[in-house]
Write a protein that binds this ligand. Sequence first.
Ligand code: AP5
Ligand code: MG
Ligand code: ZN
Length: 215
Amino acid sequence: MLIILLGPPGAGKGTQAERIVKEKQLAYIATGDMLRNAVKTATALGRKAKQFMDQGQLVPDELVVEIVRERLQDPDCAKGALLDGFPRTVSQAIFLEQVLPTVCSGIDRVFSIEVDEKELIERLTSRRVCSDCGASYHLKFKPPQVRNVCDQCGGDLFQREDDTLETVRERLQVYKNQTEPLVKFYQDKNLLERIDGNLEIDQVYKQIAGIIEKL
Ligand code: AP5
Ligand code: MG
Ligand code: ZN
């Protein structure tokens, strides 16, 4: 099975992915997390990606497709995978179509998680993320049980560098210009499911899980 989560920054892709991959036993492929790890460990890729990420811009396609190509070859992807934040441009989507036949039978569904802009800004500017496992929290909507400590793994929580108001605005604009065209791209292929992401975390999950169950 191959599932794609599409949606603007703050839509809840990571939050939903965490639960879906656990329940459905899917490999989790989140290009944002992979790129942040590369920046943290200062690899050649990380050094190239950092400037784009800090400015809220997309990392060039040729760098991102390589990490996805490699990741899809890992043995855990054979049982199915969930893509979070990839593809993000039409050319990434075309790359995926070309590489997928070597991995699985194709894309099963693309969930477009749709949320009002005002809500996205509130979610991102008060988000906290686990430095060890990447789990997402929110000071108001999803606080950890112990302040600044991850419920899942005990790791420290931090605020992402691109979650400042200015960079969030830039990321939303980049989404509109470069990623939103994928909604139509996948609609034309009859793979798209629109999900109301304004609802509570559980409600959003129920919409997605209900569709996956019928696949
Ligand atoms: P990435 O890490 O993918 O960031 P993003 O797409 O901007 O999305 P976010 O992770 O910010 O949001 P999310 O939808 O996961 O929301 P979350 O669940 O955390 O990418 C970062 C950067 O890497 C990019 O800017 C780019 O530079 C680069 N990059 C990555 N992939 C790339 C690619 N393919 N090509 C090129 N460049 C790439 O939730 C947000 C907050 O809201 C949390 O606090 C959460 O607790 C809360 N929340 C979630 N759901 C709800 C709800 N239903 N109600 C209330 N609160 C909620
Ligand atoms: Mg995320
Ligand atoms: Zn954690």
